[in-house]
Design a protein around this ligand. Structure first.
Ligand SMILES: Cc1cc2nc3c(=O)[nH]c(=O)nc-3n(C[C@H](O)[C@H](O)[C@H](O)COP(=O)(O)O)c2cc1C
Length: 451
């Protein structure tokens, strides 16, 4: 047995004393725990090929993570018997390669009352392994997990990131906080602002890829939210570019006033026009600042709406899988179907609320964008008036001409950026209309369907 395996095994089976924050809350003496020391062969073993793209795995636990119920697919893939699974801690399927950071983050999130999504590699009883995308959520006095087989290419990047984190956890003996920081660092390196952004994106990708493979009808609601998210990100990015442009050119109106003083003395027409230009630029900058702020804070609600929508769809699939499950005891099946039905309603309501927030923002973006376009038009008019006044002066206008040309150039750039923002706002408005007419998410049905 290699030294690193010994370390991994030690970390895995002595985690009761690992100091992993809230882990203490959920630890108990699992006298019926069937986990055995993991053979080294598992660490590099290829994944099993009995997991199908159509499989949806379900399990329900108590508040400490002890398995209370599961579907037959979960049992089949895990290789354990019902007697081994029910009453065992969920870590019975824990794979030694999995970084602790992921479980720490999962528990932190679900114990704070929120759902969480994560790629998780599990072990089977017979030393196989399989990777899933899992959504774990609080439900009544425990937790529910629904999982699908990941089919998007992103899973490979995540597996590599997990290996690096696990390596660091072992070699640097990271504490829980450092471990989660290592995970967040890897997530940022993959281009996400935070873990919430990553999990929403991952669940969306996996749900869409899964639907495509199984030739399911398109999830228009999810697609619309995805388009809205990209559009809000475009608004934020273009808005920030305009802010940079304004900062880089804020001396122009002042210089224009200096030129006006030189050419026509105090309170001449060019001076008045320059002062107007300054006021209009300041108003534009204020509107823009609020607009960019609304875009920045607007990404998270769209992302959350996306995650909740995809979660509701996954719950519906899990319910469908349970309905056709012939391996479960019927009373468990009825209870679990009822749980899933309640969960689906709950997440559907949350998702609809989030969508409502998104459409309010869309209306705001549309209104402010029109105002800003009028302001840009006003700036153009002011420059044109300045040009007309300049043609009436007899002095040396070289300095003023140069300023007017610069203003023209700035307006051209501004106009192009505004056009991209307008395009994005139009995209949001169209997608919001699409959302309102989008198909309803699949209904989970009632517990009586279990019969
Ligand atoms: C509903 C639910 C589902 C879970 N599913 C898994 C799972 O599929 N694989 C896994 O290793 N841990 C899963 N866990 C987390 C385990 O409880 C446990 O935290 C993890 O295996 C790491 O074990 P440790 O915290 O004792 O190190 C799940 C927890 C809950 C509440």
């Amino acid at each position: 047995m290699s030294a690193s395996f010994l370390q991994i095994a030690k970390g895995l089976f002595c985690s009761q004393n690992s100091g992993f924050g809230n882990v203490v809350l959920r630890k108990c003496d699992f006298s019926n725990c069937h986990v055995e020391l993991m053979p080294t062969t598992l660490i590099n073993a290829p994944e099993i090929d009995t997991l199908n793209a159509s499989d949806v795995l379900f399990s329900r636990t108590d508040d400490r993570g002890v398995i209370v119920s599961a579907n037959d697919v979960f049992k089949r893939i895990s290789g354990f018997e019902w007697a081994e699974l029910i009453g065992a801690p969920h870590k019975i399927v824990r794979h030694p390669n999995m970084p602790r950071a992921v479980f720490q983050l999962i528990w932190d999130t679900i114990q704070s009352g929120n759902p969480v999504g994560a790629y998780v590699t599990n072990r089977t009883k017979t030393e196989g392994s399989y990777t899933l995308f899992a959504v774990i959520m609080p439900f009544e006095n425990g937790f529910v997990s629904v999982r699908l087989m990941p089919t998007s290419p992103q899973v490979n990047d995540i597996k590599k990131a997990y290996d690096r984190i696990r390596e660091r956890e072992v070699s640097e003996n990271l504490n829980p906080k450092e471990s989660v920081a290592a995970l967040e660092h890897e997530i940022c390196a993959l281009g996400f602002v935070d873990y919430a952004a990553f999990m929403a994106d991952a669940l969306e990708r996996e749900t869409l890829a899964h639907g495509q493979i199984l030739k399911r009808p398109r999830l228009r609601r999810l697609e619309a939210l995805s388009n809205i998210q990209s559009a809000v990100e475009t608004i934020e990015a273009e808005g920030k570019k305009i802010e940079t442009l304004i900062r880089a050119t804020n001396q122009i109106p002042y210089n224009m006033r200096l030129q006006a003083m030189r050419l026509e003395g105090r309170d001449g027409p060019i001076g008045v026009i320059s002062a107007n230009h300054q006021t209009m630029s300041d108003n534009f900058a204020t509107s823009l600042r609020d607009f960019v702020k609304a875009a920045t804070t607007g990404v998270a609600p769209v992302r959350d709406a996306k995650f909740l929508t995809a979660t509701t769809s996954l719950i519906a699939e899990a319910a469908d899988s349970l309905r056709h499950d012939t391996g479960m005891r019927s009373e468990k099946k009825a209870t679990d179907l009822l749980s899933l039905s309640r969960l689906a309603d709950y997440y559907m309501d949350k998702s609809l609320l989030a969508v409502k927030d998104v459409s309010n923002r869309a209306a705001y973006f549309d209104r402010v964008c029109k105002d800003m376009r009028r302001m840009v038009f006003g700036l153009e008019m002011t420059r044109t008036m300045c040009k007309i006044e300049r043609s009436k002066t007899t002095g040396d206008t070289e300095g003023l001409d140069e300023i007017i040309d610069r203003l023209h150039n700035v307006e051209r750039q501004l106009s192009e950026m505004m056009a991209r923002i307008e395009n994005a706002v139009r995209g949001i408005t169209d997608s919001v209309e699409g959302l309102q007419s989008a198909e309803k998410l699949p209904s989970v049905g009632q517990a009586s369907d279990a019969a």
